[in-house]
Design a protein around this ligand. Structure first.
Ligand SMILES: [Zn+2]
Length: 81
């Protein structure tokens, strides 16, 4: 029974080793694609309530500033705002 366990461990180790070798070979065969262009700089804004920084296009605008969520806008400006 003990030998079965050893055999299983060796088998798994061999399988992992083979997979790694195959991945390396595939990596070498495939021409590395040119690196993607750098992402456009995103203006980061801070939530007025919790200070979380988030992209401006994801921020919730309010009368007194921007917020990370409608919930935080309500907390500072009230539900009617
Ligand atoms: Zn917030």
């Amino acid at each position: 029974m003990k030998y079965l366990l050893v055999l299983a461990v060796v088998g798994v180790a061999f399988w992992i080793w083979r997979n790694n070798r195959r991945a390396e070979a595939a990596d070498r065969a495939v021409q590395r694609p040119p690196s993607p262009p750098p992402a456009k700089p995103v203006t980061m804004v801070a939530c007025r309530v919790c200070g979380t920084h988030l992209p401006q296009n994801e921020a919730v605008p309010g009368n007194q500033g921007v917020y990370c969520s409608a919930e935080h806008r309500q907390r500072l400006e009230g539900p009617s705002a």
